[in-house]
Write a protein that binds this ligand. Structure first.
Ligand code: BES
Ligand code: MN
Ligand code: ZN
Length: 499
């Protein structure tokens, strides 16, 4: 979809469709009032007929409004004016886009009521609108033989602001929103792709393809032999159980000529997690194709970053492997030596994510990072603790943790911090190695982070557990593209692109 911004009077727009908000009960938004006035009370008289009273989720398509230049007006319910907030606005956008996509309008102008500037600024509202439109229009039909796409999908959406002075902010919101949306789509596509297609090599190829598109993005892929030379014994022990060779994808984005320290993003790229010898139960095991969503979000974020040509340096590292049972797979009780030299007793082969991440985190040291953030569908415990709305956040640095919480808040891609106290570390004690790869009963998300913390002592580091937030289960099963928005917002902020 093509997005842009424009300033002007809603009643003077020449467009196939103008989208206006109606508050309940039957209350016209400011833009709707303007159009109502121009059409000599047409909207008021329609609303009086009672076809729509402005409840969230309601829409009403009107044709041939007198006194205007638009072919159609789509009224969208925004709920009561007093409760109209970011989430109501997003809901209205989503509803409008679905409606337009299934109809006949390929172009539209969106003119929903402005949010209270005390709580949400214009930039945020408009960027939300772009990201939400993108979400509403997203489809994954690459694996269908007859995809049946919408006959006349919405192709161009213009965000209308009332004041010329607002245009610059609106354009910025569109540019940023579009880049984030593109990164989210990429992460979703990779996540939704089945494990037999989206293998470690496929992930690597997608990263390479991005590298070819941007002169500032250098992509390198290490094979198993090179990882052996680096002594990545933990990572390689996981891929030994699979016929697909592991890959270590390294994406270096150089946007800051000043050679400042990079932000390093590390994403778990487990393209299918059957659990290994500690095999998972079969119900819903298909969802373990999503175990590479951390890696996908890192790739998506680098795509957004390169698309915006942000003046910042960023390194994305994606350790990619499968976790399957095999004669040569890790066995419970096996002891492996990580790249850091620390030894690990593998008490459960299903706790494989941390085995990939620990070596990738050690590898990240060579980039002399300003900060390191890893992103992983790491623990089922995180789904129990936080459900699907919040990403789990654990960090050895309060400033970084707060920066991440704040970024999540700004783009509605929220995280929630859990403690990383010393007391939990004991749960990783092993009788035979430096540590075990599981922490026993209780605090599974925390002990997983404790494990990672042993490989990031020298870094300002944060860990994002996206086991609950990376995809939706059930009838609307699918990847969410989280936390591409959070990460891109953080990079926008760090590169001083936001006020
Ligand atoms: N990829 C899973 C985590 C996961 C589970 C994500 C369910 C989303 C939904 C991870 O590799 C895993 O299997 N973790 C184990 C760790 C345990 C053995 C300590 C888990 O959470 O059960
Ligand atoms: Mn696992
Ligand atoms: Zn896993």
């Amino acid at each position: 979809m093509n997005y842009n911004a424009k300033a002007g009077n809603p009643s003077r727009q020449r467009t196939p469709c103008l989208v206006l908000g109606i508050f309940s009960k039957r209350k016209l938004s400011d833009a709707a009032k303007t159009v109502d006035h121009a059409s000599s009370g047409f909207l008021t008289s329609i609303l009086k007929k009672g076809d729509m009273d402005g409840e969230p989720g309601q829409t009403l398509m009107l044709y041939d409004l007198p006194g205007t230049l638009c072919e159609r007006v789509l009224l969208v319910g925004c709920g009561t004016q007093k409760d109209y907030d970011r989430s109501k606005h997003s809901e209205a956008v989503g509803k409008a886009i679905s409606e337009l996509n299934s109809g006949h309008t390929m172009e539209a102008i969106l003119c929903l009521p402005a949010l209270n500037p005390a709580t949400t600024d214009l930039y945020t509202q408009l960027r939300d609108a772009i990201i939400k439109s993108n979400e509403a229009a997203y489809r994954f039909d690459q694996c269908k033989s007859d995809p049946k796409p919408p006959k006349r999908p919405l192709k161009k959406l213009t965000l209308l602001v009332s004041d010329r002075k607002e245009l610059k902010i609106a354009q910025k919101a569109v540019t940023h929103g579009q880049a984030i949306a593109h990164g989210i789509n990429l992460a979703k596509d990779l996540g939704n792709m089945p494990g037999n297609i989206c293998t470690p090599s496929h992930l690597a190829e997608q990263a390479r393809r991005l590298g070819r598109k941007s002169s500032k993005l250098k992509v390198k892929v290490l094979d198993e032999k090179q990882m052996e030379t680096l002594k990545m014994g933990a990572l390689l022990s996981v891929s030994r159980g699979s016929r697909q060779p592991a890959k270590l994808i390294i994406m270096e984005y150089h946007g800051d000529p000043a050679k400042s320290k990079p932000v390093v993003l590390v994403g778990k790229g487990l393209t299918f997690d059957a659990g290994g010898i500690s095999i998972k139960p079969s119900p819903a095991m298909d969802e373990m194709k999503y175990d590479m969503c951390g890696g996908a979000s890192v790739i998506g974020t680098l795509a957004a970053c390169a698309g915006l040509e942000l003046p910042i340096n960023v390194v994305g590292i994606v350790p990619a492997s499968e976790n399957l049972p095999d004669g040569d797979a890790n066995k419970p009780g096996d002891i492996v030596t990580s790249m850091s030299g620390q030894t690990i007793e593998i008490l459960n082969t299903d706790a494989e994510g941390r085995l990939l991440l620990c070596d990738a985190l050690t590898y990240s040291e060579r980039f002399n990072p300003a900060i390191v953030i890893d992103v992983a569908t790491l623990t089922g415990a995180c789904v129990i603790a936080l459900g699907s709305h919040a990403t789990g956040l654990l960090s050895n640095n309060d400033a970084l943790a707060n920066e991440i919480l704040d970024a999540g808040e700004h783009c509605n891609d929220r995280a929630w911090r859990l403690p990383l106290w010393e007391e939990y570390q004991k749960q990783l004690d092993s009788n035979f190695a430096d540590m075990a790869n599981i922490g026993g009963k209780g605090g599974g998300t925390i002990t997983a982070a404790c494990f990672l913390s042993r490989f990031t002592k020298k870094q300002k580091w944060a860990h994002l557990d996206i086991a609950g937030s990376a995809w939706r289960s059930g009838t609307h099963k699918g990847a969410t593209g989280r936390p591409v928005a959070l990460l891109t917002h953080l990079l926008l902020k760090r590169s001083k692109q936001l006020l």
